[in-house]
Design a protein around this ligand. Sequence first.
Ligand code: AMP
Ligand code: MG
Length: 412
Amino acid sequence: MDCYTAPGPGLLPLDDALAAIRDGVDAVTGVESVPLREALGRILAEDVTAPDNVPPMAVSAMDGWAFRAAPDLGGAMRRLAVVGRVPAGSVFPGTVGPGEAVRIFTGAPLPDGADAVAMQEECEAAGDAVLVPALERGASVRAAGEDMQAGATVLTAGRRLRAQEVGLAAAVGRDRLRVRQRLRVVLFSTGDELREPGGGKPAGAIYDANRYTLAAQLDALGVELRDLGILPDKAASVREALAAAAGTADLIVTSGGVSVGEEDHVKAAVSELGVITHWRLALKPGKPLAMGRVGGTPFLGLPGNPVSAMVTFMLVGRPLVLRLSGGEAATPRSLVVSGFTFTKKAGRREFLRARLETGPDGRPVAHKFLSDSSGVLTSMVEADGLVDMPAEATEIRAGQMVDFLPFTGLFA
Ligand code: AMP
Ligand code: MG
């Protein structure tokens, strides 16, 4: 539901900024080979194919007896002579004939001649014989290639490696993977009022929270971070830091100093050294966000308010980092029931901080945090994610389905 509403003079729709990232930003990182144990969280730079079937041969899915199914004989239990035993990791040397069974264990190759496995809970062992139920062919058998077929592409370049992708690579025999080199990101905060946590602070000062939120968000994306600390609200200092970073980084991320006040020097400095491509989004929180380039280096200027900095990083910074790193950048979302009523003016898309609770019918219900202030970082600690309220929408009613972006999908 993305019907376009003019967001007001000078304000750009969030989707314009996201489209510019999706269509205009390419991977800048090189490729390296890493041991599989170091691949978690990295972005795959090759397609991985399975050289063999997985499993390589038909195997038993159960502990039990392997035999030749004869469904035409009807439903009664049948007595079979036990002619051997095959644990996982070995191969039964003979062939199973009619009226015969082989004791078998989970993962063991199905003996020649057998085509079904009766699970031991449904059998009765009787000395050298066993009573098995009537079964269809293929019962409790995992076919060769059931998981992966020889030659199939099982992972594609651009995928961010989670535990399951790492395991899959191991399952096809890989001990190393080619991945994207880490994106080199320079980060700094701006503001004369900011002090480093751990030290004292004079009247009028606050601790720098944003660099810690943003560093954590960047770390979670696996970048190589260079933290330049806090810069004063001084045009020359900001310009100098930007110019130095442009030569050595793949991306520059800043917070503060992108609003319209005379102490907001970051945007002006970027305009002098390069170009601002996007500024002021029809977005709440996060209107002052600025995007551009310093020399050839992409620049992301996040607003200073702590909630705005964090949310705009999730919405815009994360896709930008992933694209520059050669990865895919989907923002996961789901539909949940609204547990609140809320009204706003049409024009700006709003992301409301909300906590999920299970409703009386078992479905998740979103409860909005009371304050909408972009300075209230406690709201982010309380919330489980963001309710996405379209620009043109003016009301959310309790009971209505709303789009929800869970934080779990917005960090990594
Ligand atoms: P600015 O975008 O620089 O105008 O800042 C907007 C608001 O966010 C002001 O109240 C700042 O004091 C606050 N702020 C800016 N940077 C930070 C930061 N790194 N940590 C915490 N608050 C900040
Ligand atoms: Mg400031």
